[in-house]
Design a protein around this ligand. Structure first.
Ligand code: SME
Length: 317
């Protein structure tokens, strides 16, 4: 087992997030890298002790490599925000990765560099050796388990996704049939997350009759997207390369988040109730074999949290 100390804003929500991630064995909330010895919560709350609210995460590196854990951590913070996460402000809510094993620095540094490369402003996240850590008193341990309606700066969905991904892995096991795997993935997503429409389009051969299906115009090497396992109302059956949101995700080889489908040029409306959408490519080795498509009947349902965890989810397939 290994340990790492992660400061991600208010430690109630941060701990609740980490404890649901597969490979995390134990968590403990406390105060890291401050000055006053043995601080109380009330002292730290004055924001004069130099401590960061942190979570000591014990994890199994075989199940959860450190670089993945740090990426999971980044998913749950605003990495550009200095001393403020959600509505919580103060140096005690600063973000940081504090390592007790010097060998972890290189691994963490690589993730920081990778994330920095995709951002226009400098990261506000510390990366430092752990100087000290004092556990918080028992009231604060597993706070959101004891107080399910307690305050939390993180969105509820961020707690659901890690469990969903790990449960899906167990549910699918080593079943070799791709359609069976996609079917249960669509069902679990629908059941757990309550989305309006969840399903897959699979890369397959264009209709040999050459019939036009309305959305099937361009193909890629004789391939187009064909409706696969889904949960929800009936949907269009074939989508061309680059057409609609699904064809765009396929062509551009990236997750596409659409806050308002009316604003997306070429969006294919299977249901007039669909308001926002996310499409995530499913890769096999380096090739896209399908896309996961999720629709919501509300505007702006999906953001970077959904994109991150759904990309994790499709890796299980
Ligand atoms: N809206 C999708 C088509 C599929 S339905 O949402 C189920 C698109 O534009 O690709």
């Amino acid at each position: 087992m290994k340990e790492i100390y992660l400061a991600g804003g208010c430690f109630w929500g941060a701990e609740h997030y980490f404890r649901n991630i597969e490979g995390v064995v134990d968590t403990e909330v406390g105060f890291a890298n401050g000055d006053t010895p043995s601080p109380t919560y009330e002292q730290v709350y004055t924001d004069t002790t130099g401590y960061a609210e942190s979570v000591r995460v014990i994890y199994n590196p075989d199940a959860l490599p450190l670089d993945e854990l740090i990426k999971d951590f980044f998913c749950a913070i605003d990495p550009l925000s200095l001393n403020k996460q959600g509505e919580d402000e103060g140096t005690r809510y600063r973000t940081g990765v504090y390592y007790s094993d010097p060998a972890d620095l290189d691994i963490a540094r690589k993730v920081f560099d990778e994330i920095q490369a995709g951002l226009a402003a400098p990261l506000a996240v510390e990366l430092e050796p752990l100087r000290n850590f004092y556990p918080a008193d028992g009231r604060h341990q597993d706070y959101l388990v004891k107080n399910p309606d307690g305050y939390c700066h993180l969105p509820l969905k961020i707690f659901r996704y890690p469990r969903l991904v790990s449960d899906l892995g167990h549910l699918l096991g080593d079943e070799p049939d791709f359609i069976a795997r996609l079917s249960n993935a669509a069902a679990l997503l629908k059941e757990r997350m309550g989305f309006f429409w969840t399903g897959f389009y699979i890369v397959g051969d264009v209709d040999p009759s050459g019939a036009s299906h309305g959305h099937g115009a361009p193909s890629e090497n004789g391939k187009e997207l064909i409706l696969g396992p889904f949960q929800g109302s009936f949907a269009c059956m074939r989508i061309g390369y680059g057409s609609g949101v699904c064809g765009t995700a396929w062509k551009e080889r990236r997750t596409v988040v659409v806050p308002d489908v009316e604003e997306f040029p070429g969006h294919i409306a299977c249901s007039s109730l669909s308001k926002s959408e996310i499409v995530v490519p499913v890769f096999k080795e380096n090739e896209i074999v399908a896309v996961l498509d999720i629709d919501s009947d509300e505007l702006a349902t999906f953001d970077s949290v959904d994109a991150f965890w759904l990309e994790r989810l499709v890796r299980v397939l």
